[in-house]
Design a protein around this ligand. Structure first.
Ligand SMILES: NC(=O)c1ccc[n+]([C@@H]2O[C@H](COP(=O)([O-])OP(=O)(O)OC[C@H]3O[C@@H](n4cnc5c(N)ncnc54)[C@H](OP(=O)(O)O)[C@@H]3O)[C@@H](O)[C@H]2O)c1
Length: 381
């Protein structure tokens, strides 16, 4: 539904970096070769969306732009070179945009311009995101969803489907280190937005999870939430105490007679050089794997080098996921192996209109650890 005419739409814009956002009437984009225009049904708001646009995180991005994040939408129009996507299809829009002639240039739509000259150039061309009634997206970032299966047979609502965009992040790291069914993975910290997502995903992938966190309440909530779906020994919790010896002893006790195969790190910048990081690495079996997906900005994070070398540990960094990872992830959801929304014990996603963007950003920041999603619904009055 457009707001006034069929040629204009509402969009949540920012004219200069870190200045307040404003809802404006702008032209609906048109589909050109290589693109699709989507009607945005629900766009994700993450725990630090506010920090991106108010400059707290100092993310580089181009302005003016329409703000946004990954979203669920319906195809409004496709460019003339589209061979599969069709008007009316329900789709997931992934914000990870890669250069078509050199995929090492990557940026996140409407969030960060990436770290290369090419990615910055690319963002100039694709500046506008999903906090609008319509968005123009690169064709390769639009993934068709099996609507009959997801919304019919599995009974999901649009906001449930949006939670896939959060779970895709840990998916990128966990499949990058080849997490296998029956293996044991430490997730730390496991109490934030992507950490709780990693726990849910690793369980669905068939792994045993040791969730580390400072917040005992959230750790208990995680055990409770998954207790109906999985036996108690599939999800163990270990407190982050700030004492290396204590944390290593607790990890050993949690693992019992089985080895710890992998460590999924999703540390925020505030946790740089925290004890749990070393404790988890030191607790890995020989040839264990580590996925580094955290937001630590320092180039000087301490690594227990001696241990990494002698134990043949593999350290892999991962920004988001690869394009080919997305259809694999969708298969997991469509097969019913990974549950979403209420089926996964999650509270209903909180919905806000574009005009309520401030409330939405605050809400997302305050509810990161209880696993409750937040979204903007541009058509909402
Ligand atoms: N690689 C990628 O592609 C990618 C994608 C998305 C996000 N990220 C990064 O992932 C990080 C986490 O994002 P998020 O949205 O999950 O953040 P979040 O919801 O704010 O969660 C942060 C988590 O870190 C914990 N924590 C904070 N300070 C800590 C400390 N000093 N010691 C131990 N634990 C601490 C919090 O625990 P408490 O509950 O105890 O405070 C919470 O569990 C971000 O920094 C982001 O930049 C990376």
């Amino acid at each position: 539904m457009t707001s006034t005419t069929t040629t204009t739409m509402k969009a949540l814009r920012q004219h200069r970096q870190y200045e307040p956002l404003v809802v404006e009437e702008v032209a609906i984009p048109t589909a050109e070769p290589g693109s699709a225009v989507l009607e945005v049904l629900a766009a994700g708001v993450i725990s630090y969306t506010r920090d991106v646009y108010d400059g707290t995180r100092k993310y580089p991005y181009v302005t003016p732009l329409t703000t946004g994040s990954s979203a669920i939408g319906r195809i409004h129009a496709v460019g003339p070179d589209s061979t599969k996507l069709q008007k009316g299809q329900l789709v997931l829009f992934d914000i990870t945009v890669r250069s078509r002639d050199d995929s090492s240039h990557v940026f996140l739509s409407a969030i960060i311009s990436g770290f290369t000259e090419g990615s910055r150039k690319l963002m100039q061309h694709w500046a506008d995101g999903t906090y609008a009634e319509y968005v123009k997206a690169p064709l390769e970032n639009v993934f068709a969803l099996d609507e009959a299966r997801l919304m019919g047979e599995l009974g999901y609502k649009i906001p449930d489907l949006l939670s896939m965009t959060r779970l895709l992040v840990p998916w990128g790291g966990l499949i990058d280190i080849n997490l296998a069914p029956g293996e044991t993975v430490v997730v730390a910290p496991a109490t934030g937005s992507f950490g709780t997502g990693a726990v849910q995903l690793a369980l669905a992938m068939g792994a045993r999870v040791i969730a580390m966190g400072r917040n005992a309440r959230v750790l208990a909530q995680l055990r409770e939430k998954f207790s109906e779906q999985y036996p108690a020994d599939r999800l163990l919790t270990v407190p982050i105490t700030g004492n290396l010896e204590e944390e290593m002893t607790a990890l050993k006790a949690a693992a019992g007679t089985r080895p710890i195969d992998a460590f999924y790190d999703i540390s925020p910048d505030a946790a740089t050089n925290a004890t749990y990081f070393k404790a988890a690495i030191m607790s890995l079996r020989h040839s264990g794997r580590i996925s580094l997906m955290g937001g630590q900005r320092s180039e000087d994070v301490k690594i227990p080098y001696h241990r990494v070398m002698h134990w043949n540990l593999q350290l892999k960094g991962k920004w988001m996921y690869e394009r080919e990872d997305v259809p694999k992830f969708l298969r997991l959801v469509e097969a019913g192996n990974l549950s979403l929304g209420g089926r996964a014990g999650a509270a209903a996603v909180k919905e806000f209109s574009l005009e309520q963007w401030k409330e939405a950003f605050d809400y997302a920041s305050e509810h990161a650890s209880d696993g409750q999603g937040t979204c903007l619904v541009p058509a909402k009055a």
